[in-house]
Write a protein that binds this ligand. Structure first.
Ligand SMILES: *Cc1c(COP(=O)(O)O)cnc(C)c1O
Length: 397
């Protein structure tokens, strides 16, 4: 039983029109993929982001797997990525027998450290996968330069990055390919869902074929061929129309959802300033030129604070705060299928100190005040306890 006034970490926001559009899809009698709602959503992304081609998928994981197929990887080809990311960034490539090569992250944005990428490049390297953590852009100009110099492809894992930009350019449209997520925990949702943004014309035709079970069904639907056949290996990566109908209701409100989240994010940022000044934690850093989308509000606790103890106590006091990625380079599958490029001290330290605070559309100011109050109390209790313990130890000596 969830206690009264428990502040959950996430609460999916629905605009109210999802069921209306689902009813419309029902009434249309078109429920398979690539129907009118799918077309409408794809067109919306192409118009708002400028992506050459957008293909809805059933998840961001699927969009990343499509990207891996598009690279035509040979076993042992290498893909450079951060270790501080979700499993799918690496798994999509490992599934094609490629080797994820893990690079450390920057202290400020927690994104892949572009200065460490070249040292990780080998003759087998084929691509770089920057992950825009919390919707704050990676240093894409540098990453694209490095990729150009070494003839590598860039696949943006923009799962967090819908509606965020880097130097005015929407995330997901800067690399050769980009992947979005509409999972329930992201900003714009359809339960499960995703999209592949194709920014490089060479990939469009094969992306359509891989997504449609290896057939040229997309060409057939457009009337370009009179029957469709098996053209290549592939799989089924497309969502049904009910999902696309749900997503359409979200896209109509994407601007308002983002603005509201940004207000909530900024309130945390103000409320937590004193704790940062006092040296207990550091708040997120958003570099100039990056417009983020308030996907997440995280804090990095100062190393002497017991993060796991603090999280469990916060949850007991009704504030559902959570940690984030367990680094991939030291995970069982990461060690089996990937390798680390050097030591990853920032990744390890970040993973041990990071706390994500509740952030969702509709979270009230009063609830945010409570989150910060509980956090502050616990940090101070934790440190007091340690001071006492140290004093005790000193007395005994
Ligand atoms: C959520 C997430 C994914 C996977 O998205 P799904 O739509 O659930 O497949 C991939 N990468 C990152 C960084 C994510 O946060």
């Amino acid at each position: 039983m969830v206690q009264k006034d428990f502040i959950t970490f996430n609460w999916p926001y629905m605009t109210g029109k999802e069921l209306y559009y689902i009813a419309e899809a029902h009434f249309n009698g078109r429920l398979a993929g690539d129907g009118p709602f799918t077309q409408r959503c794809q067109k919306w992304f192409e118009e708002t982001t400028g992506a050459l081609k957008t293909l809805l998928t059933h998840s961001c994981t699927a969009a990343l797997e499509l990207s891996a197929l598009l690279l035509d990887l040979k076993p042992g080809d290498e893909i450079i990525m951060p270790s501080f990311t979700f499993v799918s960034s690496a798994n999509a490539f490992a599934l094609r027998r490629a080797v994820p090569v893990f690079v450390d992250i920057r202290e400020d944005t927690l994104n892949i450290d572009e200065d460490l990428i070249e040292a990780a490049i080998s003759p087998r390297t084929r691509a770089i996968v920057p992950v825009h953590y919390a919707g704050v852009a990676c240093e894409m100009d540098r990453i694209m330069q490095i990729a150009g110099r070494h003839r590598l492809k860039v696949i943006e894992d923009a799962a967090h990055g819908v509606m965020a930009t880097y130097k005015e350019r929407p995330l997901g449209t800067i690399g050769h390919l980009g992947a979005f997520s509409f999972h329930e925990t992201k900003n714009i949702i359809s339960g499960e869902g995703g999209a592949l943004l194709v920014n490089s014309p060479e990939f469009i035709e094969m992306a359509e074929i891989f997504r449609e079970k290896g057939t040229d069904r997309s060409r057939f639907y457009r009337g370009e061929v009179d029957k469709y056949t098996w053209q290549s290996i592939g799989s089924s990566f497309l969502p049904g129309e009910l999902i696309a109908a749900f997503l359409w209701a979200q896209l109509e409100e994407a601007g308002r959802i983002t603005d509201t989240r940004l207000e909530t994010w900024s309130r945390y940022h103000e409320l937590l300033e004193p704790l940062e000044s006092a040296g207990y934690l550091r708040r997120p850093i958003v570099p100039a030129g990056c417009r983020h989308n308030a996907h997440m509000y995280y804090i990095l606790l100062s190393p002497e604070i017991d993060r796991d103890g603090l999280l469990s106590e916060m949850n007991k006091r009704g504030v559902n705060s959570v940690f984030h990625y367990v680094p991939l380079h030291s995970s069982p599958a990461g060690m089996r299928y990937g390798r680390a490029s050097g030591a990853l001290p920032v990744t390890d330290s970040t993973s041990a100190r990071l706390v994500r605070l509740p952030l969702w559309f509709g979270l009230t100011y009063e609830q945010q005040l409570r989150v910060v109050e509980v956090l502050e109390d616990l940090i101070k209790e934790d440190l007091d306890l340690k001071v006492h313990r140290t004093q005790g130890a000193l007395l005994k000596r």
